[in-house]
Design a protein around this ligand. Structure first.
Ligand SMILES: CC(C)(COP(=O)(O)OP(=O)(O)OC[C@H]1O[C@@H](n2cnc3c(N)ncnc32)[C@H](O)[C@@H]1OP(=O)(O)O)[C@@H](O)C(=O)NCCC(=O)NCCS
Ligand SMILES: CC(=O)OCC[C@H](N)C(=O)O
Length: 347
């Protein structure tokens, strides 16, 4: 099993300055830094990481792994098995518990006994929660963004429609398509999945303001052309198909559907009660996929949380990726706190 990761800054001799950042569904370990070979786009939270930034790399050692099951360096369905063939359709079902177990192996390998801060949004928030609930002494502070305690019926429904779109693509072949040759994967299905998902990631009012009822420039919907918003979704679909593996998409969507922090732990309240970290839970006011009520539940259940923080944004769920100024303020608040207080006792 392989876990790809990137780091920024230097680990202190007493290893007390490590921050773990956990990416969301289609993110990767390239949290910060310019685009370049192997990275077609700049880091997805570049504004937060670097000297003088909220994750000040003169002070903090920042670690960002690619999730287990992903397709940007870590083991996933497109990876080879020990016998040399790809995992493909035989890739095991994962949960956040498996993914965090893999990340724990990374922490151990780096010699990090306790994270000064664990941060995650959306799918990354599920893993951040899992870290703090299952390994409370290893997380001194926790920032959870736009994520639920358990996947709701509606969230499972959205994700299952996306998975269905991929699985019904004739090129899916039970997930065993990787050797089928260029252009022969379930790209149409993955594109439909991204279109469905992207609608849930953005704000109703945002879409209205940006696209309204307008036709795409030069096109006429009544003559087979597209509305502007259709063209936008086509673009988002094409972009994802270029950079993401459909098998990983299915594996990660199913892991998110399985997310239930209270499973086999006496329920949500009992599980959240295990958290020892100083915690900030935040949601986006226009998020219709993971609405604020879900973060209110988390904040009410985590002993170290002080109410829910609201990120004001028209961008819906993606607000947690876009509103970097507001996220930076939350990071500074928690890291200032960590700096001022002794770390939690280990044990
Ligand atoms: C942060 C994030 C939410 C921002 O989303 P985004 O797609 O850049 O934001 P927008 O909604 O403003 O979309 C802009 C794109 O839509 C295109 N667009 C806008 N209107 C359009 C229209 N009518 N028709 C076609 N395309 C349109 C723009 O040209 C732009 O294209 P580009 O991304 O190729 O430059 C997104 O990058 C994301 O999900 N990131 C997390 C995933 C991640 O970490 N990815 C790593 C590599 S990207
Ligand atoms: C469910 C989830 O992790 O959403 C993240 C949305 C983001 N735009 C992405 O593509 O990762």
């Amino acid at each position: 099993m392989k876990l790809a990761f990137e780091t920024w800054g230097r680990l202190a001799p007493d290893r007390s300055n490590a921050v773990l950042v956990l990416h969301a569904l289609t993110g990767d370990s390239h949290l910060a830094g310019p685009a370049g070979p192997g990275h077609p786009t700049p880091g997805w939270w570049d504004a937060l990481v670097g000297p003088g930034r909220a994750l000040d790399t003169d002070r903090w050692f920042v670690v960002a792994p690619n999730v287990l099951g992903g397709c940007q360096g870590s083991t996933g369905p497109a990876s080879p098995r020990p016998d040399g063939r790809r995992w493909a359709g035989a890739f095991p079902r994962l949960t956040q518990r498996d993914q965090v177990l893999a990340e724990t192996g990374l922490a151990d390998a780096l010699g990090i006994e306790q994270w000064a801060l664990v941060i995650g949004g959306s799918m990354g928030g599920m893993r951040a929660l899992e870290w703090a609930v299952s390994r409370p002494r290893r997380v001194a502070a926790l920032l959870v963004l736009a994520c639920p305690a358990a996947a709701s019926a509606e969230q499972i429904a959205w994700a299952s429609a996306q998975v269905h779109a991929i699985r019904t693509d004739p090129h899916w072949r039970d997930g065993d398509y990787h050797g089928a040759g260029p252009g022969r994967g379930p790209h149409a299905g993955l594109g439909v999945a991204r279109r469905i998902a992207h609608i849930t990631y953005r704000g109703t009012q945002e879409l209205e303001t940006r696209f309204g009822h307008h036709p795409q420039d030069g096109e006429e919907p009544r003559r087979g052309g597209r509305y502007r918003v259709e063209s936008y979704l086509d673009h988002q679909a094409a972009k994802l198909v270029r950079r993401f593996d459909a098998g990983s998409y299915v594996a990660l969507a199913e892991a998110m559907n399985a997310h239930d922090i209270g499973r086999d732990r006496g329920g949500t309240r009992a599980a959240l009660g295990r958290v020892r970290a100083r915690t900030v839970v935040a949601g986006v006011d226009s998020d219709r996929l993971y609405p604020l009520a879900q973060q209110e539940e988390l904040a009410a259940g985590i002993p170290g949380a002080d109410g829910v923080r609201v990120i004001g944004s028209p961008y819906g769920h993606d607000g947690f990726l876009i509103e970097t100024g507001q996220v930076a303020a939350l990071v500074r608040e928690l890291l200032g706190d960590v700096r001022d207080k002794a770390a939690l006792p280990l044990g």
